[in-house]
Design a protein around this ligand. Structure first.
Ligand code: NAD
Ligand code: G3P
Length: 298
């Protein structure tokens, strides 16, 4: 093992921004499935031999990626993805638990557009882990322009980070339909209540939804065209097909698949999730104006 060395795995928007940020205080390596012209780019084998790993690949790819590539060698891992696996409805921390023990893993949450982090603009992140040691070790790597907080509420952070993507789609739809700022604020506020209710079922802490991981990330993502999920919503409101929207986007919009996962879990555990339910129906072809009527009526 390369003691003390850190590598980011996944060189999309977020992986590259994290690599940029984590290179301020020490050398940071980066790897992805296709070679990229980035400083300190290494092959996967090299990256996996580092003591500290930050994994920034889309949520839907993680299970297969871990099965195919990952061998636990006491590495410490920080997960940067925000989503819930659609095929199973399983949370990422449960998927990772098959490969990495709790004491070696943490999850990043909080409002953080990669496009701003890569310009070294200030931001605050939460590093969520059952182990305070993971926080202590990883927080040292972050540059001065990023303030880090510690939380033990892994499931709360994970649900908040994933759910806000679905709500950002809803908010983009609201904007695209020109429903006004009153409607949008109501949607975001009710969305926050909804994601907290969903989280409560899985024993997430209420405070997580009121802080950076919940309200912080939701207010960011559900209010800006910088968000890919928000732009998916705008496109749906304009009557574009989901296929075309995703082709044009060329990047991951986790809310699309996470809406399926939330629908599965809500049905299974009978959790009331009206906004996420309508987002899923719109993604499947329902007219957004009909969803609006149904949301107001019910
Ligand atoms: N972009 C942001 O601002 C931001 C911020 C916080 C969290 N996130 C989260 O980070 C994750 C990644 O987002 P992103 O913005 O980097 O997306 P992106 O679309 O820019 O890049 C995704 C990367 O994952 C790689 N990838 C896809 N499938 C893979 C596989 N099977 N094996 C290995 N690599 C694979 C792609 O090659 C690509 O480099 C998402 O879960 C997203 O929600 C993104
Ligand atoms: O561009 P989005 O919608 O994937 O959002 C990016 C981040 O999650 C914002 O914190």
């Amino acid at each position: 093992m390369r003691k003390g060395q850190i590598a980011v795995i996944g060189a999309g928007k977020w992986g590259q921004a994290l690599h940029f940020a984590l290179s301020f205080k020490q050398e940071c390596f980066i790897s992805s499935r296709t070679k990229k012209d980035i400083k300190n780019f290494v092959d996967l084998e090299y990256a996996l031999s580092c003591e500290y790993l930050v994994i920034a690949i889309p949520a839907q790819e993680i299970r297969a990626w871990l099965k195919e590539n990952f061998k636990f060698n006491n590495q410490k891992v920080l997960v940067a993805s925000k989503g819930i696996e659609a095929s199973s409805g399983e949370f990422l921390n449960d998927i990772y638990a098959n490969f990495i023990p709790d004491k070696n893993i943490g999850f990043i949450s909080g409002p953080s557009f990669a496009a701003e982090v890569i310009k070294a603009l200030p931001c605050a992140l939460v590093l969520n882990s059952k182990s305070k040691d993971i926080y202590d070790e990883f927080s040292k790597f972050f540059p001065d322009f990023i303030k880090t907080y510690y939380s033990k509420d892994v499931i709360g952070a994970e649900i908040a980070g994933a759910y806000k993507n679905v709500l950002a789609i809803a908010s983009g739809i609201c904007e695209g339909l020109n429903l006004g700022k009153n409607a949008q604020a109501s949607l975001i506020a009710r969305g926050l209540v909804e994601m907290q209710r969903f989280g409560k079922h899985f024993k997430a802490k209420k405070a997580t939804f009121l802080g950076l991981s919940g309200a912080g990330d939701l207010f960011l993502t559900a209010n800006s065209t910088m968000s890919r999920n928000y732009r998916v919503g705008l496109g749906l409101a304009q009557g574009k097909s989901l296929k075309l929207i995703l082709e044009e986007l060329k990047e991951v919009a986790e809310g699309v698949q996470t809406a399926t996962a939330i629908e599965k879990l809500s049905n299974k555990y009978k959790i009331y999730t009206p906004i996420a339910k309508e987002v899923k129906l719109i993604l499947d072809g329902k007219n957004p104006k009909d969803s609006l009527k149904d949301l107001i009526k019910n």
